[in-house]
Design a protein around this ligand. Sequence first.
Ligand code: DGT
Ligand code: CA
Ligand code: CA
Ligand code: ZN
Length: 581
Amino acid sequence: MARLTNREIADIFDNIADLLQIKGENVFRVNSYRNAAQTVRDLARDIFAIYEEGTLTDLPDIGATIAAKIKEMLTTGKLEFYARLTAEVPLSLVEVLRINGVGPKKAKLFWDNLGITTVAQLETAAREGKLQALSGMGAKSEQKIIQGIEALARRTDRVSIGIAYPLAMGILDDLLKLPQAIKGDVAGSLRRRRATIGDIDILIASADAPPIMDAFVTRPDVARVLGHGPTKSSVELVQGLQVDVRVLEPARYGTALSYFTGSQQHNIRMRELALKQGLSLNEHAFTPTDGGPEILCETEEAVYAQLGLPWIAPELREDRGEMEAAQAGRLPHLIRLEDIRGDLHMHTTWSDGKLSIREMAQAAKSRGLTHIVITDHSQLSAIAGGLTAERLLEQQHEIRAVDAEMGPDFRVLHGVEMDIRADGTMDLPDDILAQLDVVVASLHFSLGQPREQITQRVLNAIHNPHVDIIGHPRGQLIPEREPADLDMDAVFAAAKEHDTALEINANPRRLDLDDVLARRAQELGIKIAIDSDAHHSDNLDLLHFGVATARRGWIEAETVINTWSTERLLAWTNQRKTFDE
Ligand code: DGT
Ligand code: CA
Ligand code: CA
Ligand code: ZN
């Protein structure tokens, strides 16, 4: 018998809370299971070890009754009480509760009157108009339930950082406005800037947690409260994301921040290192294994210093060699957003952008950039208003005019985002490309081609002496479109040979190249571009996602052509035109 894990036990307690709620049990009983689930879920150790030590009831929200149930699950793999409960109330109703707009009362209403026990049955009934006649229901609420079911189907377990990041920052900002909050951070995968996020973790330092918890769980964007404790609470946002907020005393903040930033693998390495020094490390503190007082860390720097390490940037904390690098004093000098001087891929009303060349130039200048390259689509992207060779040369007049207008401190350069056609040819002739400052070549169509064919298309683009950058190389869209089946070894070899830059597209739906590929590219000595691919001035603010992905890939400023001065960039593209051809 495989022993039940913390998570499985937590899930069972959560299910019990849901089922009791549907039964109409009192809120204290329901919450006791809900809170126990949260405690078990948040444990840093295997609960079986705690059970063996006999200290289960020392845990918050675990009394004798709950502890007995944990023991039963750990030792028999079953829970009699849970079996009886699910015989009475079907377990599949727990899934029905996940639909926004369906609470325990409605779930019971549908079950009692129509015998509905699954989401599929509820959807059928709603579409047949059978819900609206029930008491307290109507056509409108029936429609809302259909929408809720559709949203549930779309809800994957992970969401794009582009969605999670602004939500998290909004919540953090609001919490930091409370007078009780001293400081705070986003933690977890979001602080490490993973491309996709499971849930949002936020930490706040404060000596007075309850008002912060109350403010958090009563936010208007909360769909349901999953747990509301004195120092930690979890909610599901109306957007479908889970958010965990924890409040720490300031003296322990650094240890908690380090722990909850993860990754779990990085934490394990930290703990191993601590143990070698005779210290046990958990989310609260270091404790000497031979007894003695806890060592508290107010800052993360102090946590790392305790282990004799320099602070490690959160983007590196994936146990991909960062511990060894830190110990050897060889952490990379990661690129920062401030290092980016030029954005080399953006669109205007000449193709599918929303703003004029002038508006994009002004927006970029006001954000502190020194140059941009206007890269509208080429003709094959007809739906995006792609430009013919003639239109492209017409555009050059306007670009040169706006460039002159902007003055000497800001340059507007002329480029194109040229399609690489399905047959492997380029969408514009060489004599046209030769007249541009920077050429980005991208795959937009026939991305499902077999490996050899699609790889050859990219190789053809790299072999073209006018192509400077391969835009969003694999064409992935997060979460719906898988990357094209490119032979990246072949792409890297060609990019290295021809000194062609590969793009990290900063749009959070793309983030392509990803962190792992970007790191390999840098190791091979290949240049990287980090571009917004903006279609509106607001999109220029997405660059930080590209920089974050680069940092996760250990990328240093010197690798990235956007950190160069305008002169250096132009010297590079000009010299490439005469390269070996
Ligand atoms: P996510 O939410 O799936 O995108 O990824 P994370 O990394 O945000 O994971 P999450 O929210 O489950 O936990 C936040 C951090 O807390 C995680 O990065 C490391 C730490 N943590 C959570 N559970 C454990 C655990 O069982 N052991 C260790 N060592 N650390 C844990
Ligand atoms: Ca998380
Ligand atoms: Ca979490
Ligand atoms: Zn583009």
